[in-house]
Design a protein around this ligand. Structure first.
Ligand code: RAM
Length: 531
């Protein structure tokens, strides 16, 4: 397992060891002016969570019963919530003569509460684990926990209390927050199974829609571009809060690395600032996200303003190619993301992603027609882009395609993976035959995240394998639904339920934006059609 030190050091893009982030105030002001208003809803726990009573490890689910040392109360809020917890606490017995020592744990899935927090020694911070210890000096009291949490379940454990009194939880509620407006959600009709998948997907997106499109409200609680691209696609079919996408695009353009490179993610607090983490594919996805935004809204002015940022990502990507138009491989962890799999070779996928994003740039270049309008333009013409695309497509076929195996291979070890085939199809360098061929290769590297599965479904659809696409979608996302998911997860490997790239599943996120794809695919390709 890779250490934290290694991963972060290698993911960083540091110029001269000091990385000064470049801000464009005009873009940032524009982004802020489009920030959505958070909607607040008060949610109470279920009064009689019968199912939970079967979990004998939790001693109480009925808040009427007073708690002594070593006893705990489990609250079930009925669905995934993002928000703030309030507890109204009281006591029975003598006047409290010592502080109550409490632990409050929050969980998106019940299973998280069965995990031993102290057993986690993974490489991302333990700080993400949603667990607080506190001392209550005065009772009765109203306790407002200051952090925002992502959860369905709350476990209140009494670590110690004086023998002269017992703790009562008189009331508990969550002030849930989201910027998604329920009344805007477009209706969906399908089979009961598809409706269930759509509903879970919409709930996932709903929970991740805060001031920006967050990746996951438990972790990392910020704007990542790979996640944004997929969330935006789902948003166009569901909530249609398109100004939020616009705001996020301006955030990425408004805070970049010194050379104009779009960062992989943005922090909002205490001030807006790009992270110094960059990844080849994530920077390029700025282009595709902008093109998709245009397709959904027809907002030409925004594309005009942000086109130079998009073009810059494409220009910077040229540095990664060798003289034969082949993307250079790298052994730096995280140079290109593709999937949360540290053993996946990313070279072929990166070439495919480049082709995919070049096509998106070409679409916008043609639409804006900047070159011919101004005569002498600093921008490459559509013809220049076409030629570049052709050369790099040819290189993809020449250097990565293994004729004998009938699939694309990646890296020096000629690794065969689903990811490489998917991205070559999406990049236009291959037809669907590689998707069929890879299935017949048992050692082919498989996919671990709904993020990568999303692209697989997209590739199957593009290659006219519609039936297969929806069979995979229903099996994969249906697998999470059958496991009782209220929202879709960051990682799901049916062959390894405890899969985690972080060294422990306690820090996995179980409401993760990049997994909300079913609402996009089912609404766009199935609703009202035969599939
Ligand atoms: C994870 C984040 C996010 C993803 C990045 C690359 O840690 O949660 O979803 O985009 O990695």
């Amino acid at each position: 397992m890779y250490e934290r030190r290694l991963w972060t050091a290698e993911m960083r893009y540091i110029l001269d060891n000091k990385c000064s982030i470049q801000n464009n105030d005009y873009f940032l002001q524009k982004a802020k002016s489009l920030f959505p208003k958070l909607q607040k809803t008060v949610v109470f726990p279920q009064s009689n969570p019968q199912e939970l009573l079967k979990n004998e490890i939790f001693s109480r689910t009925d808040s009427e019963e007073p708690l002594g040392t070593g006893e705990s109360l489990l609250l079930d809020f009925g669905d995934h919530q993002v928000g703030y917890l309030t507890l109204k606490l009281g006591y029975t017995g003598s006047h409290p003569d010592a502080p109550v020592w409490l632990r409050v744990r929050f969980a998106e899935r019940l299973q998280e509460l069965k995990e031993d927090v102290n057993a986690y020694h993974g490489w991302i911070s333990k700080g993400w684990i949603q667990s607080e210890e506190l001392h209550i000096d005065v009772l009765p009291t109203v306790l407002n926990l200051p952090r925002r949490y992502a959860f369905r379940y709350v476990l209140i454990e009494v670590l110690d209390i004086s023998s002269k009194f017992r703790l009562t939880v008189r009331e508990a509620f969550c002030t849930a927050v989201s910027s998604a407006m329920r009344e805007k959600l477009q209706p969906y009709h399908g089979s009961p199974e598809d409706e269930a998948l759509d509903q879970i997907a919409c709930r996932t997106l709903h929970e991740c829609m805060q001031t920006v499109f967050e990746d996951g409200p438990k972790r990392d609680r910020r704007l990542w571009i790979g996640d944004l691209r997929l969330q935006a696609l789902v948003n166009y079919e569901t909530y249609r809060q398109n100004d939020m996408v616009k705001s996020c695009l301006y955030l990425f353009a408004g805070s970049t690395l010194p050379d104009g490179r779009v960062s992989a993610c943005i922090f909002l607090e205490p001030e807006i600032e790009a992270d110094d983490t960059v990844m080849f594919d994530y920077s390029l996805f700025f282009i595709a996200t902008l093109r998709d935004y245009y397709n959904a809204t027809g907002d030409r002015d925004t594309v005009r303003e942000l086109y130079p940022t998009a073009l810059r990502q494409w220009e910077l990507a040229q540095q990664n190619f060798d003289d034969n138009d082949v993307i250079r491989d790298s052994d730096q962890l995280g140079w290109c993301f593709v999937d949360w799999d540290l053993h996946l070779n990313k070279q072929a996928s990166a070439q495919g992603i480049y082709l995919y994003c070049t096509r998106a740039l070409l679409d916008m270049t043609r639409m804006l027609n900047l070159h011919t309008q101004t005569g002498e333009s600093p921008f490459p013409s559509a013809d220049d882009l076409e030629k570049n695309l052709q050369r790099k497509t040819e290189a993809a076929k020449t250097y990565f395609f293994d004729k004998l195996a009938g699939v694309f291979v990646s890296g020096e070890s000629r690794q065969i993976s689903y990811a490489s085939q998917v991205w070559m199809v999406l990049g236009g360098a291959a037809d669907g035959s590689v998707l069929d061929a890879v299935e017949r290769i048992p050692q082919a590297h498989r996919m671990v995240t709904p993020y990568m599965y999303h692209h697989y479904i997209e590739a199957l659809l593009q290659a006219d394998r519609t039936e297969k696409a929806f069979e995979v979608l229903r099996r994969y996302w249906g697998g999470m639904a059958r496991e009782g998911a209220d929202t879709f997860w960051e990682l799901y490997n049916p062959e390894n339920p405890s899969e985690s790239p972080y060294g422990g599943s306690i820090v996995n996120s179980y409401c993760h934006a990049w997994s909300c794809g079913p609402a996009y695919f089912l609404r766009k390709y199935v609703m009202g059609k035969i599939a």
